[in-house]
Design a protein around this ligand. Structure first.
Ligand code: XUL
Ligand code: MN
Length: 347
C-alpha cells in the first residue's frame, strides 16, 4: 500500500428508522424523510445511498415529468448540502406486481413492470448524477424450488443486466448478493454468483458487486474472504458493513458488534487493496436497536463508523513483519495470539 486511504462514509435514509419489526408496531416517532439529509454531514457522512423512491416518493403514481422535477429538486438539495449520491437501487420488492419477484416472475406483465421500474430507476440515477445502480435481488428466488424454472430465472437475470447495460451506456450495476430473506432461497446468494453474471454480461467492466457483511454471514461465508474475491477481480463497487450474530433473520447489527475479529479482517482486506482510493465509499447498512429511545436515532451509524476507524488504526499498526515470520514458520498458534492481543491492546 502506498498512501493511507482517507475513507469517506455513506448510508441510506432507511438506516434512520422508526424501530418497527414484523412482530410489533413502530416504537419511535417518525423523523421526516426530507430532514434526514441535513443530518449526514454533521454525523460525518458524505455519501447518500438511495432507493429510487427515496429520491422520488410515490414514483409509481407520478408522470415522467413529475419524476424528473422531483429528481432535480433532490439533485439541488444534495449539491447545497455537500452530499454525493453513491447509488440508486430499484425498490422492486414492495409493489403488488413483485409479490413473486420481478425479473424472474412467472408472469410476463410482472416482468414488464420490473423492467419499466428499472428504467425509471436508471433515469433517476442519471438525474441526480449517481454513477451506479444497486440490484439487491430481494424477491428473485423461491419459497419452494418447484415454483420457478431456476435455469430460466438465471437467464432472465442476465438478460436484465444486459438490457440495463444497453439502455444506458455509462451506468454501473452493483449486485448486492443475499442468500435468503425475504425468499427461502435467493438466486444470487454470493459474490461468486454476482461476478459470474458480470463476466457473462455484455460489458463486464460495468458490472460489479456490493458486499454486505451480514449477507455473507447468512450464506455461511466469511465477509472478508468474499471481499477479497471481489477485490481480486477489481469488482468491489461498494460495501455494506454491519454484523450478524449467527444464522437468524438479517440483523444489520453495528459493525463489529458480534465479531470484532471478523470486522478487523474486513477492514484489513479493504486496507490492503487500497479500497476507497478511487472514491469508493465505506457504506454502512446498520439498523438501530428497537429498544433505543429518541428520534432521530443515529448512534448506531456513528458507533459503526468510529469502530471502523479504530480498526483501520489496528490494521495500520498490525506488525506485518512479525505476522510474516509466524507465517514462514507456519506457527499459526503464535499468529493467532498476536492478533488477539493486538486487538485487545495488550502486550
Ligand atoms: C436488504 C438490504 C437492502 C439493500 C438495499 O437486506 O441490505 O437494504 O442494501 O436495497
Ligand atoms: Mn444492504
Amino acid at each position: 500500500m502506498t498512501q493511507p486511504t482517507n475513507y469517506r462514509f455513506s448510508f441510506g435514509p432507511w438506516n434512520i428508522s422508526e424501530g418497527g419489526d414484523p412482530f410489533g408496531p413502530e416504537v419511535r416517532p417518525a423523523f421526516p424523510h426530507e430532514e434526514k439529509f441535513a443530518l449526514y454531514r454533521p454525523l460525518g457522512f458524505e455519501g447518500v445511498q438511495f432507493h429510487d423512491d427515496d429520491v422520488v416518493p410515490g414514483m409509481d403514481d407520478l408522470s415522467p415529468d413529475q419524476i424528473s422535477r422531483k429528481a432535480s429538486e433532490v439533485k439541488t438539495m444534495l449539491g447545497n448540502s455537500g452530499l454525493i449520491p453513491e447509488f440508486v437501487a430499484p425498490r422492486l420488492w414492495f409493489a403488488s406486481q413483485t409479490v413473486d419477484g420481478g425479473y424472474t416472475s412467472n408472469s410476463a406483465s410482472d416482468r414488464a413492470y420490473a423492467w419499466s421500474r428499472t428504467q425509471k430507476c436508471i433515469d433517476i440515477a442519471n438525474a441526480i448524477d449517481s454513477k451506479a445502480i444497486v440490484l439487491w435481488l430481494a424477491r428473485e428466488g423461491t419459497y419452494i424450488r418447484e415454483a420457478k424454472d431456476a435455469k430460466l430465472a438465471y437467464q432472465r437475470i442476465l438478460e436484465t443486466i444486459n438490457n440495463i447495460l444497453a439502455y444506458d451506456p455509462k451506468i454501473e450495476i452493483w449486485i448486492e448478493p443475499k442468500p435468503n430473506e425475504p425468499t427461502d432461497q435467493a438466486y444470487v446468494p454470493t459474490i461468486g454468483h454476482a461476478i459470474a453474471l458480470a463476466y457473462a454480461s455484455s460489458d463486464p467492466s460495468r458490472v460489479k458487486g456490493l458486499i454486505e457483511s451480514a449477507h455473507a454471514l447468512l450464506a455461511g461465508l466469511d465477509p472478508s474472504d468474499e471481499m477479497a474475491f471481489a477485490l481480486a477481480h477489481d469488482k468491489l463497487g461498494s460495501v455494506h458493513l454491519n454484523d450478524q450474530n449467527g444464522l437468524k433473520y438479517d440483523q444489520d447489527k453495528n459493525f463489529g458488534a458480534a465479531n470484532l475479529r471478523g470486522a478487523f479482517n474486513q477492514v484489513r482486506v479493504l486496507e490492503q487493496s487500497s479500497y476507497g482510493s478511487r472514491g469508493e465509499f465505506i457504506g454502512l447498512d446498520v439498523k438501530a436497536m428497537r429498544t433505543q429511545a429518541g428520534s432521530p436515532v443515529t448512534a448506531h451509524l456513528t458507533s459503526s463508523r468510529e469502530l471502523f476507524e479504530i480498526l483501520v488504526e489496528k490494521s495500520r499498526t498490525f506488525d506485518e513483519k512479525l505476522a510474516h515470520q509466524f507465517r514462514d514458520h507456519r506457527d499459526y498458534e503464535a499468529l493467532e495470539l498476536y492478533t488477539l492481543k493486538h486487538l485487545l491492546g495488550t502486550k
